[in-house]
Design a protein around this ligand. Sequence first.
Ligand code: SAH
Length: 219
Amino acid sequence: MSNRQKIDAMLQTIEVECSFTKGFTGRSSLLPEVMEAMRLVERQNFVPSILRPMAYENSPLPIGDGQTISQPFIVALMTDLLCPEKENVILEVGAGSGYQAAILSLLVRQVYTIEIIPALAHRAMELLQRLGYGNVEVRPGDGYHGLPEHAPFDGIIVTAAASHVPPALKEQLKPGGKLIIPVGQPYMPQELLVLEKDQQGMFSSRNVLPVSFVPLTRA
Ligand code: SAH
């Protein structure tokens, strides 16, 4: 199978999983622009070379340092839940391989992504630069505190499981913005939450789907 065919198959699997999980997510399909970004970003570049043959399977894969690149369906779903718009500035906590940031970069004006493991931060930074994703900035550090110097953000996406929603991230969200975050205990199913901040700064929260993420660690 050619890469093109593998990517098409991945997109079809995402659509199927979308209809399976509709009862949870309320979404029977994802935004066309999100699917297009999933089609354009070559996931094979973000996995270790030995795992390249599996790059388009709908499963998480190890990326070193005990961390994983998320399952394509979850990347697509979380991106869709953000409702990204062209002018948006988005913060990601948990850069990992840089794949989620690359997807976002095709949909918004600027992406900041924080990674707590310096080696991964460095690798993601170099890779994204080399592949030409010029509107992504990778920051090494603890994303629990967000990135105050570039706040507020139109949307925030956390790709590691937190025991609670970090208060700094709520503060750094614009009114009208969305915060997508898996909340729960490590190594147990967590709940993927969508928090929305209204114009008065009040939050509403919705549980979307049980998920399984590596833990959000602290510096
Ligand atoms: N979004 C990534 C997958 C993330 S896996 C991708 O597309 O590949 C979760 C990542 O979050 C790991 O790399 C982990 O090191 C990082 N992480 C965990 N706790 C963190 C924290 N407090 N701040 C920033 N990154 C964190």
